[in-house]
Design a protein around this ligand. Sequence first.
Ligand SMILES: Nc1ncnc2c1ncn2[C@@H]1O[C@H](COP(=O)(O)OP(=O)(O)O)[C@@H](O)[C@H]1O
Ligand SMILES: [Mg+2]
Length: 423
Amino acid sequence: MGCAPSKNIDLTGEVSLYHFDLHRVVGKGAFGKVRVVQHKRSKNLYALKYMDKQQCLKQKAVPNIIQERRLLEEVDHPFLVNLRYAFQDDDNCFFVLDLMLGGDLRYHLNTRGNFPESVVRFWTAELASGLVYLHSNGIMHRDIKPENILLDAKGHAALTDLNIAMHYSQHRMHTSVAGSMAYMAPEVVDDKRPGYSWQVDWWSLGVCVYELLWNRRPFDGKSAEKMRESIMTHPIRKPSQRHGAVSSECTAALFGLLERDPKKRLGCRTGFSSIDEIQSQNWFSQINWEKLQAKQLDPPFVPNQDSANFDFSHQLDEFMLAEKPLTAHKRKANPEKMKPEMRQLETDFTVYDFERSGRRSYYPLNEPLVAEHSHDGRLRPTFTSSSHTNTNTYVQSSTATSQTRSSTSHSERPRYSSQHDPR
Ligand SMILES: Nc1ncnc2c1ncn2[C@@H]1O[C@H](COP(=O)(O)OP(=O)(O)O)[C@@H](O)[C@H]1O
Ligand SMILES: [Mg+2]
């Protein structure tokens, strides 16, 4: 599959879809697909995530797409799926990301079932490292779940999908219900509590650990209300031995993450996101953290290299001609005639090229855009359905409560910076 003949294309000019050869589809997102692409000049392979602008507009997700674009530019870490290019045309917004050929963990849970403790421990350690980095940059993910954890071809894990991530405030708690219900922390679903902050990500990681160990989730309910009750009050039980025995060290770490009080939760006890707390758990005592963080440890689970690690049905829509194939087009649209949201995309979804642009932080510029922005107070499903029992992401807008919290102020962070060091 190709894109356009390269002979009239200036591959040294501003990045666009013309710079890539398009290959197979490897994933489906809320507003479009993800496919393998090859940069025509460098020959490097990447993942291209594209989002249909009209869909984004319809689902009132324009601020999220801009937010995702900005946050992606701010981060670069071995255990995150990093941004390499961003651009748009008349129909789509595009992210060109590190290619993760090992598939997402939902795919592996569906096709293989649960994983041995040693594999889950390795992924948890890598993801914890990525999470601490995100938090040290003032960003909470809010949507950690197996769909958003990807493996590279060797089996290293990385977090992806910053679509509903945001800069958390050190001065107030957040109250908008965002995420995927089964992975939401008690402080997110409890409307009587003062709100939530970055600690929610450690809880969601705990739900993922549970699911990876036993291929079932710790909380369930046939209605949203029952699910909320389960998350907030039901005793958390390990499945019986026949579903897979795990060590007491593993159970201790898991129950540390699934601690309902965010102040006592593993990773959160010192008041900031802490890799030391994770490292001091017996479950991780055998891990050489220096090597792990340098990606020098051999992953215990290597994805199948002979067959694709993704759901082939994503590709079928194009084969069946149910969907317009993706091709590069010259831009024709006139920004002056666009709806305001479209014009906002035009100006704020700026081009990014990792070889030319230094990374920078948009904080606090991006905060009003997504931080509890209120369109109309409705739930915004980012997938076609948003039932509590599935694992779809949704965002509900509401106002944040002001809360004074003691820790370093964001205003101390540089407005523009090329690199943030992890704490
Ligand atoms: N960099 C990547 N490499 C390989 N597959 C990817 C990559 N990014 C996303 N995918 C696949 O596409 C799916 C959707 O991407 P995601 O970024 O989560 O979109 P959405 O915000 O719409 O959920 C993922 O669950 C994964 O299967
Ligand atoms: Mg996703």
